[in-house]
Structures are given as C-alpha cells and as structure tokens.
Design a protein around this ligand. Sequence first.
Ligand code: GUN
Ligand code: ZN
Length: 428
Amino acid sequence: MSRIVKGRLLSFRDAPRHGGGYDYIENGALRIENGLIAEIGEARDVLSRAPEGTPVDDHSGRLILPGFVDAHIHYPQTRVIGSYGTQLLEWLQKYTFVEEQKFSDPAHAAVVARFFLDELFRQGTTTAVVYCTVAPESAEAFFAEAERRGARMIAGKVMMDRNAPPALTDDPQRGYDESKALLLKWHGRGRLGYAITPRFAITSSPAQLEAAGALRQEFPDTHVQTHLSENHAEIALTKSLYPQARDYLDVYERAGLVGPKSVFGHCIHLEPREIEALSRLRGVAAFCPTSNLFLGSGLFDEAGLDKAGVRVALATDVGGGTSYSLLQTANEAYKVLQMRGQSWPAFQAFYQLTLGNARALGLEDRIGALAPGREADLVVLDARGTPAMAHRMESVRRDLAEELFVLMTMGDDRAVAQTYVGGERAKT
Ligand code: GUN
Ligand code: ZN
C-alpha cells in the first residue's frame, strides 16, 4: 500500500533544550510504502517522483508530526477517570481495585481495549506503555486488539500479590508464569512489546519483585514498568514494608528492576541518592502532570532531574490522569513547571511528545521522527480546531513556536485532524 500525505512537516533531531534542531518543511509531503515512510521532502518533488495514481491525502496548512507517545497509562481505568475526592492509596482501594476486577472477563476486557485504542488514536497517540490488570485475560485482550490495528504498543499484565483484594492478586510463581507466558506469546510479535509490570512496592512482596527481576534477566530486551515516589503516604508505607531498603528506588534496585528499559511512573519526591542512582542506571522517570495534580501528589522537578542526567518521559497516567490528550498533558506539564519556576518552551514540549518519549523507550530507530525507514505513525494537527483556537490564531503570524504553544495550551482531540497508524488513517 502506497500513499502520499501532504502538509507542513515537523520533526525533531534532538532536544531543543540541549541545542537540538528540528526539520520543518512548509509545503512538504511524505510517501508511505507498506507502513513505513519511504520518502520525505518538498511536496512537488515527492509528488513528481511518485508512481502515477498514488493516492494523496492533502492536509495542506496543517502540521504533520510523528504520532504522540504516551509513556505510562492504565487501559483498565477508562471507567474510573475523574473519580472524586481521594489521594493515591484510598483512590486505588475505593475506585481502581474495584474496576480492575472486571477484567478477568475476556469480553469486558475486549470492549474496553477497543474503546481505549479508539480513544488514543482520536487523540493522536500512536504508541503507549500500558498497564493491564493482574488477569492475564486483560493483557490478552489488549495485545489482540493492538495487533488487529497494527499499532506499536508496549503492555504487561500487572503483578500484585498483597495489599489488594483477593480477586486481584497472584503470587510470586503465578505472576512469573503468567507474565512469562504472555511475554513469550506477544513480545516482538508485529509491533508489540512486553513490559514486566510489578504494580509497585506496596502490592508486591519481596519474593514477587525478585521473580520480576529474574524475568527481566531472562528477557533483557523487554521493558519494565512500575510506580515510584508518587505520594508521601505511599513512600512511608513502602519504607515500612521494606525496612532493609535504603530508599524507595532501592527496593527495585535490589530486585534488579532498574535499567535503561525501566519506566518509573511519577518520581515526584525522590531523595538525592535515588536521583543519582536513577541517572547512573539510566532508568526513565515518567512525568504525569494531570494525575499528579488530580491526586494531589506533588510537582515534578523536570529541570532538576534533567540536570542530574535522569531520562524523562511525559505521560497521561489515565485514569489517575484526567485526560487522554497528550496536548492537554503538555498544557498541565507547563503549569506544573510554572509553579516550580521552570521554563518549558513549546518546542521542548513537542520534542518530548514525539522523539523525546520514543528515546525514553529506546524506540527512536522505529518511531518519533519523520524520516525514511521510520514507521508511518503520524498526527495531523489543526491549530484552528476550535472556534476559540481559530480566533486566537488570528494574532499568530507565521510563528511556529507560538502556533505550537496555542496547540498545547488550547488543543485536545478537536485539534487532531487525522492520525495515521502504520500508514493507515486511524482517527474515527
Ligand atoms: N500506584 C500504583 N498503582 C497506581 C495506579 O494505578 N495509578 C497511579 N497513579 N499510581 C499508582
Ligand atoms: Zn500509573
């Protein structure tokens, strides 16, 4: 299948904050062949070289970027998003652990997986790192649906063997066996990857974390995902459950779970040793601003972690997070950083949503940039997507940074004109 997609192409080469540049082609076009970007350039050149009759999607005037990447999200929480009034530990017990019990039913899991992927694509998100539930059926349903759509997705069955309802717990051996079976079936199949997913220290015994670490050693090219240092009560309880650990991160270090493919949700209240170790071991801190505000967890220190050499990603964390939109997530990130006196220019934000997050996941050779050979996952953005945005844009004159900032402050799914997944139109 071949197709040409025309529009204003924007792709980053490196982090703007570190002096990295970007490529921008005002009248650009991409030619897509078999799900990959085959050619990119000035529209007139790409069109003139294309075989006669190649279909053209004309998005002239709209921005085309690599599809957005969400580094941390829970697909079984689509029906708890926006649940009132609690902070993390009570929120988990009162809402999340109730909802997640429904996912041992494959039919329910399939319905929610379909909704979830529709919603991600509507928002321009083409890759995500996804928590399922403890039920293997939940991961089966998610992987099957992602495979059907040809999407690049990373996911894993949650491992939990304590401090959760009996219906939501496995045990160290079962968690290991079920995770391994899913990993062997799905990891590397099409564009799917497996993430070993011990939920967090509170819901895993030391034996379970060891089992997760053993699995990571056996399969070093899988991801690991868990939560770290999100909330003061969570940190205190973790320390009481793991008295031998030097700090929260050390719980995971001792189990061999910290490395370049490990994504740690939140990382808000880290101690200096944890920051140093996270940097040295190349772990990734996932900044989840809408969740951190909604659950009252705290303000992420983006500049401090970046300065310390910690790899940072941006994520929605739905359903603790309140929006599937990575544009809105960038909006809230900007405000969190305002509260900390930190700057976060629009170019840095859009770098993070694309190449930055792809790098954080070690996927930069596949996704995150518009270049020949990369997978054709694209988002087409319209900075005039709502009446208020169109009105605001009347005072923006050919200034890309300003247009991007309007997109991230005022934009959401209404600013996403189209999404392409593996070269196919995906926004419904
Ligand atoms: N910590 C452990 N589980 C969760 C979860 O589902 N959401 C958030 N925000 N934090 C967690
Ligand atoms: Zn989370």
